[in-house]
Design a protein around this ligand. Structure first.
Ligand SMILES: NC(=O)C1=CN([C@@H]2O[C@H](COP(=O)(O)OP(=O)(O)OC[C@H]3O[C@@H](n4cnc5c(N)ncnc54)[C@H](OP(=O)(O)O)[C@@H]3O)[C@@H](O)[C@H]2O)C=CC1
Ligand SMILES: CC(C)CCC[C@@H](C)[C@H]1CC=C2C3=C(CC[C@@]21C)[C@@]1(C)CC[C@H](O)C[C@@H]1CC3
Length: 352
């Protein structure tokens, strides 16, 4: 969103970029789902076939999706859930920003920062629950389908299911950390997050499991052990960096982070310049990308398709890191320049 008193900075290529993404994203997801089911599974080739319209419309599928969303909404409204404070804004309340983009741009990025009906927060609800839990349910269904097809799930399918279940379980366990993410603090709830949360995550993040169902990949124990090690290293960096920053933001005097070196900023908030956040400026992204590689490796190297997530995710995090840099520059000014001098690399040490 725009800094106060200045023209709104258009992101994602402005209206043209937003319009292109509105068409490109659903088409990409549709292409991936068709290619994953084809023999050649050529990511860069044309879709193997275009299904008849009757194949695309199923009242049962619509009922299933609506029932799934309704179930998640009901669980979300359970009084037992923990209520966590959101991020305070500068003037202790929620500012309304003058949005001067056109309808397509607003539709894509969303206008409302925290769309709610009573206490039901649509963006917060969609961020973690129906999409991420749906993702691991699809993975499980594919694992069970492989067991039916071949007698038992392959080791590769077990690995992909296990790694991604760990990732989703971690996100739900640290649900409160979502409140400090860019999506909750900065982005409106528009097509990008709605489509991203409810369609893109469950159906493209389960691509490796979909590929393995139609393209079984023999995997020996030695290679499987190396892949598990890669995922463990990625998760260690991902979790370590996120927990360190979140603990520091929650309580800078927390014994786990109190001895870390920091630099002060004009806002009163301090920036970590040692520990994980002294290695690169987004160590959590590095860990996430290493895990993304570990999710693709069980599918072998004969097809590019299983590496789509790694390619997409690299682009997403590079773009996200650039957006975050701009926001931090606006927030911290000279202190952020000082941080960049101390920690010159963004995501990968000595590379980027
Ligand atoms: N699987 C997926 O599709 C996706 C996964 N992710 C993952 O989600 C997690 C959250 O990522 P994201 O939401 O982008 O944001 P981050 O968790 O990276 O948080 C960025 C914010 O952290 C604060 N910060 C940055 N540097 C420092 C520092 N040195 N010391 C203290 N605070 C600092 C700043 O906010 P402030 O100073 O205002 O607190 C900055 O805006 C990441 O692990 C990422 O990998 C993200 C996107 C997609
Ligand atoms: C459809 C577009 C190409 C981009 C959509 C991006 C969204 C799918 C992601 C934007 C930020 C996300 C985050 C997560 C999931 C994916 C989306 C919604 C997490 C919840 C994944 C688990 C992590 O522990 C936290 C992440 C926060 C950001």
């Amino acid at each position: 969103m725009a800094p106060q008193g200045s023209r709104a900075e258009l992101e994602f290529g402005g209206p043209l970029g937003a319009a292109a993404l509105l068409l490109l994203l659903p088409a990409t997801m549709f292409h991936l789902l068709l290619v994953a089911r084809s023999g050649p599974a050529r990511l860069l080739g044309p879709p193997p076939y275009l299904p008849e319209l009757e194949e695309l419309w199923s009242p049962w599928a619509l009922l299933l999706c609506l029932t799934w969303l309704g179930l998640q909404a009901a669980l979300y409204l359970l009084p037992a859930r923990k209520v966590a404070e959101g991020q305070e804004l500068k003037d202790k309340s929620r500012l309304s920003y003058p949005i001067n983009g056109n309808p397509i741009y607003d539709f894509f990025l969303g206008r409302e920062l925290n769309p709610r009906i009573c206490s039901f927060d649509f963006k917060y609800f969609c961020e973690l629950r129906p999409g991420l839990i749906g993702w691991v349910l699809i993975n499980l269904a594919l694992l069970m389908q492989e067991a039916e097809l071949r007698g038992s799930p392959s080791l590769a399918m077990w690995l992909v299911n296990g790694f991604q279940l760990l990732y989703v379980g971690d996100a739900l366990w640290h649900e409160e950390a979502v409140l400090t993410t860019m999506d909750i603090i900065h982005d409106g709830f528009g097509f990008m997050l709605a489509f991203g949360d409810l369609a893109w995550v469950p159906f493209t993040y389960s691509l490796q499991a979909q590929f393995l169902l139609y393209h079984p990949e023999p995997l020996g124990l030695p290679l499987a052990s190396v892949i598990c090690l890669i995922n463990a290293v990625g998760y260690y960096i991902f979790r370590g960096a996120n927990s360190q920053k979140n603990a520091f933001r929650k309580n800078p005097s927390d014994p786990r982070v109190a001895d870390l070196e920091t630099i002060s900023t004009a806002t009163g908030r301090r920036l970590l310049v040692s520990g994980w956040w002294g290695m690169v400026r987004h160590p959590n992204y590095l860990g996430d990308l290493i895990m993304a590689l570990a999710w693709s490796l069980p599918c072998g190297v004969s097809h590019l398709l299983p590496y789509f997530y790694l390619l997409y995710f690299t682009a997403l995090l590079v773009h996200r890191e650039a957006r975050d840099e701009q926001q931090c520059l606006r927030k911290y000014g000279l202190a952020w320049h000082a941080y960049c001098r101390r920690v010159p690399y963004r995501i990968v040490p000595y590379i980027y």
